[in-house]
Design a binder for this molecule. Structure first.
Ligand code: GRF
Length: 192
């Protein structure tokens, strides 16, 4: 059995798609969801079993625990986590955690890295920047995570057209379709 830990602090739509996809794969399980945001939509989704029939425990932590203790790294080690999946997790991963799980932490970014990445480039800011730059395409980047925002090795990209009339909301919608289509499959393939 391969074990995933999901880090998320937003609505959790990607986490839910991953859970639904993995519900059909008996050899991979989501051990728990970790979040720094007690109000995150992902928590309700996890407690409902992500609509995939499996209850997924939620672990909440604060900034001090994450950056000033080894508790989260130790938990991931104790549970023998094979892959750490970031799905809308905003905080930088601490160096100790990255070093403890080399090439075992992945993230999805809602643009075609290396463009439109880095600190502060998240959510609507990304899509606003893409439109403001007059880009003709955007997309998703699934990449390994290191100690810097959005700089780890790229695993997979998919793109979508951006029309001159598209608003940032239009781009966000098209990018989200790509996220939901590809992230679950790529995660499963990394564990195959
Ligand atoms: C996604 O756009 C993802 O690319 C980014 O954070 C967002 C999470 O959305 N890293 P959701 O919480 O999965 O709906």
């Amino acid at each position: 059995m391969k074990r995933i830990a999901l880090f998320a602090s937003g609505s959790g739509s990607n986490a839910e798609k991953i859970a639904a996809y993995l519900a059909n794969q008996s050899e991979i399980t989501i051990s728990f969801v970790l979040s720094n945001n007690p109000k995150a939509g992902v928590i309700d989704r996890a407690r409902r079993g992500f609509n995939a029939g499996q209850h997924v425990p939620v672990i909440l932590f604060d900034r001090k625990t994450f950056y000033e203790t080894e508790r989260i790294t130790q938990l991931l080690r104790d549970q023998e986590i094979d892959l750490i999946v970031l799905a809308g997790f905003m905080w930088l991963m601490p160096a100790g955690l990255v070093q403890a799980f080399p090439n075992k932490i992945v993230n999805i970014h809602p643009a075609l890295l290396p463009k439109f990445g880095g600190k502060g480039m998240y959510g609507h800011f990304v899509h606003e920047a893409v439109v403001a730059a007059g880009e003709t395409e955007s997309g998703i980047t699934i990449h390994y995570v290191n100690e810097h925002y959005d700089e780890g090795q790229i695993i997979f990209q998919a793109s979508c057209a951006v029309a001159p009339t598209d608003s940032p909301e239009d781009v966000a919608r098209n990018v989200q379709v790509l996220e939901h289509e590809h992230y679950p499959r790529v995660v499963a393939e990394l564990l195959a």
